[in-house]
Design a protein around this ligand. Structure first.
Ligand code: SF4
Length: 279
């Protein structure tokens, strides 16, 4: 790929050039979705091939951030309600979209809609909150390819970053500075078949595995998985009861009876504010 090109593809498949090619093609005027680049004078409609020249500068990190976009459902400041970071003031970046449909999902409003934002503007909005801890969540944030540069940019900016992911997509490319909170979906979720077991080999003690459990069958399934995959040797393990289905005290009793090496958690934010978007 030529480093001297300044032309880049736009979001949404608007590929102005083949990234493998040393040349780039400008669209005829009026063609494409609001192509922001200037067209040569007198250019009446035919495609124009532009050869890279020594005057064209490599794109800077700022250039890339200004043209990298993500679909955002919401951004807000709250207390982290789960994981080992529970209780910490945290900026939540909730990205839009999820390829799963867990039966008990509590963020179905993130499946679609949202607003398109640039990475630059998103970083500025995070900075406005003035706290050092950021959680990127969804939906399934990794369903957007630009989630990876977002995570890296947040780490580069000095934030302590966590990522909440369904466990159905590859987590191996996530910046190693990010704490990955990876779900393992039990049978009652309806999405057990989506578990990407290869992810386990990529996890470190810096990450966490989360089981959300709806009933005794889920609990026993999770207990078997922990033993079979020796998960307690991989990273901390979280057990959460599905709200309104499994009483937290019941789950606590099962964990204690079995001496399971897991951290039981209830969702602090729901205790404080109920099941409300933006909390
Ligand atoms: S992975 Fe998360 S956001 Fe997606 S359906 Fe399941 S609970 Fe909802």
């Amino acid at each position: 790929m030529s480093e001297s090109l300044t032309l880049q593809p736009l979001e949404g498949g608007h590929d102005c050039h083949d990234p493998q090619s040393p040349t780039a093609t400008l669209h005829p005027q009026g063609v494409g979705r609001g192509c922001p680049r200037e067209h040569p004078e007198g250019h009446k409609g035919e495609a124009v091939v532009v050869e890279p020249t020594s005057r064209q500068q490599p794109r800077t990190k700022a250039d890339k951030s200004a043209t990298t976009t993500l679909r955002l459902t919401e951004i807000f400041l709250s207390l982290q309600g789960e994981t080992s970071r529970a209780g910490l003031p945290t900026v939540f970046v909730r990205l839009t979209g999820c390829p799963l449909r867990c039966r008990w999902c509590d963020t179905t409003y993130s499946f679609q809609g949202g607003e398109t934002v640039t990475l630059t503007s998103l970083l500025a909005r995070v900075a406005d909150y003035g706290v050092p801890t950021v959680c990127v969540t969804g939906g399934e944030p990794l369903a957007q390819k630009n989630c990876l540069p977002l995570l890296t940019a947040l780490c580069d900016a000095g934030y302590s970053v966590s990522l909440e992911t369904s466990g159905a997509l590859d987590v191996s490319k996530v910046d190693s500075r990010v704490s990955r909170i990876v779900d393992i979906k039990p049978p009652a979720s309806g999405e057990e078949a989506r578990n990407r077991w290869e992810n386990v080999a990529h996890l470190t003690p810096h990450d966490e595995i989360k089981f959300v459990l709806a009933n005794r069958a889920d609990y026993e399934w999770a207990r078997e998985v922990i033993q079979a995959q020796k998960l307690a040797q991989v990273c901390p393990i979280l057990f959460s009861p599905v709200q309104g289905e499994l009483p937290p005290a019941q789950l606590a009793e099962w964990i204690l009876a079995d001496r399971l090496p897991v951290r039981m958690q209830v969702q602090l934010h729901k205790i404080l504010w109920g099941n409300t978007p933006g909390t």
